[in-house]
Design a protein around this ligand. Structure first.
Ligand SMILES: Nc1ncnc2c1ncn2[C@@H]1O[C@H](COP(=O)(O)OP(=O)(O)OP(=O)(O)O)[C@@H](O)[C@H]1O
Ligand SMILES: [Mg+2]
Length: 220
């Protein structure tokens, strides 16, 4: 479902990824960890086709990234739910409109949109915040809205970049509960995190990056 083969990426002289190969099977939930600057966000940008590798092959949701025409990228992205490190919520739109946006672009009927938005908000326990604006929500609540937005289109793959950054333990647990639920419904998930607590004792695949290089795989 997600595969990198010998992927390298540099910015100027700065190596962000060096000869990285990894594979996440369909239906798996896997983690990618490593210190700040290790290359996690860069790897996600390549998977989301927001940038291109210098060398190597990337396959996501059944497509070879190099073969995807730029006009097809928005269509492919419908299969990829993304939780960005910096939320990227639209602050001048309500929670409802933030989540509905992607469905509106795709031409869904408002009735279907309403059903879906309420269903994902229920999943993240924030139905009562449907009419709020993002800046009136706590960091943890904004993070959960971001997750709701990423799954409302029912993607086959989900990429979550530091989804619990700056959250307390209670919110971390809540977010991991949501991810497990999404994964149990069949979505393949890759989570980038500094936080060992998220994958400790989960028996999931953990990839460790250090200055752009993948360390040997381990299971925790
Ligand atoms: N657009 C860019 N231009 C120049 N250098 C970049 C760019 N994007 C990333 N880098 C560099 O690539 C390296 C990897 O950055 P990246 O953002 O992937 O790290 P990260 O693992 O996500 O870190 P963090 O845990 O802090 O989010 C860093 O050295 C960074 O400075
Ligand atoms: Mg990052």
């Amino acid at each position: 479902m997600i595969e990198l083969e010998n992927v390298s990426k540099t910015f100027g002289g700065q190596v962000a990824l060096s000869n990285v190969s990894l594979k996440v099977e369909r239906g798996d939930m896997a983690f990618i960890t490593g210190p700040s600057g290790a290359g996690k966000t860069t790897l996600f940008k390549l998977l989301y086709l927001a940038d291109k590798p210098d060398t190597g092959t990337i396959t996501i949701a059944g497509c070879n990234a190099a073969d995807v025409k730029s006009s097809y990228i928005p269509l492919l992205r419908r299969n990829i739910g993304v939780v960005f490190q910096d939320f990227k919520l639209l602050n001048n739109k309500t929670v409802y409109d933030n989540i509905a946006l992607t469905l509106r672009i795709r031409g869904f009927m408002e009735r279907e949109i309403k059903e879906r938005v309420h269903s994902v908000l229920k999943m993240v326990n924030l139905r009562h915040k449907v009419d709020n604006y993002p800046l009136t929500l706590s960091g943890g609540e904004q993070q959960r809205i971001t997750i709701a937005r990423s799954i409302v289109g029912e993607p086959t793959v989900m990429l979550a970049d530091e989804p619990t950054g700056n959250l307390d333990e209670e919110n971390e647990k809540e977010i991991m509960r949501i991810f497990k639920q999404i994964n149990a419904k069949g979505t393949t998930i890759l989570i980038a995190t500094h936080n060992r607590m998220l994958y400790k004792n989960t028996a999931r695949k953990v990839f460790t990056l250090e200055t752009g290089q993948l360390k040997d795989e381990e299971e925790e």
